[in-house]
Design a protein. Structure first.
Length: 326
């Protein structure tokens, strides 16, 4: 399937990077074994489909790889941590554009429990988007399900390639390393390869208070999978925009307007919780629109197997009928 080729291509490219940088990586064996497992899972799912070719086994291939997308995210940190950190440049651009650091001031000036929970709700709704939109196409627009799966997976891996090459950790890590007092004074030190040699796994704490439901969910997600990577552009915002456009394309107007408020909250939440600079969120809108346009254009002539099969059967029946009449 098309999206599986995207994954295999990314796997091979990053495997080559791992082998080239083998001696500079913290645990290259884990990186290699992870790729071996992904390859084994992909081949196994393909084999199951070959033995039992049906809609269920084909759909299983899609769902399994959508579920594994978060598996690749921490991997970008292992690939880019050996490069010089660029946060001082992005923080400086942020200061130039806004005259301040929105990620620093936003949560300080809007720190009520209710507002904080709304922001954390918006940020955690990212997972709702990733589940709901493919499910909508699976059950309501089946003929485009595989096309949409390709668009979503390809968009993720486009961003993963950017994150592999652009080591920006985001305010929650950069501010924590250099100190928020320096940031408040407009001082943005270059921390060079700090995350390669000295990172202790710590980051700035989330806004709000212990015991808040959605803050706890975001905190749990950060503990299990967050790394100082993937800040620019914001993939949260980018993928959210792409998924909203896919819902609009699929004529799910009610669903679109139900998700839109969560998307707006997510946009602001990305820099409220210091996961991103404000310029990252803005760039995320642009990258989401561009990814959608490019990938939908690439797949504009794609037909689902079921649709192709129906067309083939109709054509065959028509030819049989003509032969019989003759």
């Amino acid at each position: 399937m098309a999206f599986e080729w995207v994954i295999m291509g990314y796997l091979l490219i990053t495997l080559a990077i791992v082998l080239i940088m083998y001696n500079k990586m913290a645990d290259p064996y884990v990186m290699i074994s992870m790729r071996a497992r992904v390859l084994a899972i992909t081949v196994a799912l393909w084999g199951i489909y070959r033995m039992m070719p049906c809609t269920a086994t084909r759909t299983l291939r899609v769902i399994a790889h959508l579920a594994m997308l978060s598996w690749w995210y921490p991997d970008t940190f292992e690939l880019n941590r050996g490069l010089p950190n660029l946060d001082h440049i992005f923080a400086s651009v942020e200061q130039t554009v806004f005259g301040c650091q929105p990620a620093l001031l936003f949560s300080q000036n809007f720190n009520s429990t209710l507002f904080s929970e709304l922001m954390h709700l918006g940020y955690s709704s990212y997972y709702v988007f990733i589940f709901v939109v493919p499910a909508y196409y699976l059950f309501c627009r089946r003929e485009e399900f595989e096309r949409v799966a390709f668009v979503i997976v390809a968009a993720f891996f486009i961003h993963y390639v950017i994150f592999d090459l652009l080591p920006v950790s985001g305010p929650q890590y950069y501010y924590h390393v250099v100190g928020e007092d320096q940031i408040a004074q407009g001082v943005f030190p270059n921390i060079h390869d700090y995350f390669h040699h000295s990172w202790d796994g710590q980051s700035a704490s989330l806004p709000g208070h212990d015991g808040q439901l959605f803050r706890s969910l975001v905190e749990l997600a950060h503990r299990t999978g967050e790394r100082p990577t993937a800040a620019f552009p914001s993939s949260h915002v980018s993928i959210m925009v792409l998924l909203l456009l896919l819902i609009w394309h699929g004529r799910g107007r009610i669903l679109f307007f139900c998700l839109l408020p969560l998307g707006i909250l997510m946009f602001f939440a990305t820099f409220y919780i210091k996961a991103h600079y404000a310029i990252d969120a803005i760039a995320g809108i642009a990258s989401g629109v561009l990814s959608y346009w490019l990938l939908m254009k690439v797949t504009s002539n794609t037909k689902s197997p079921s649709k192709t099969s129906r067309t083939s059967r109709t054509s065959k029946t028509s030819r049989t009928s003509k032969t019989s009449n003759n």
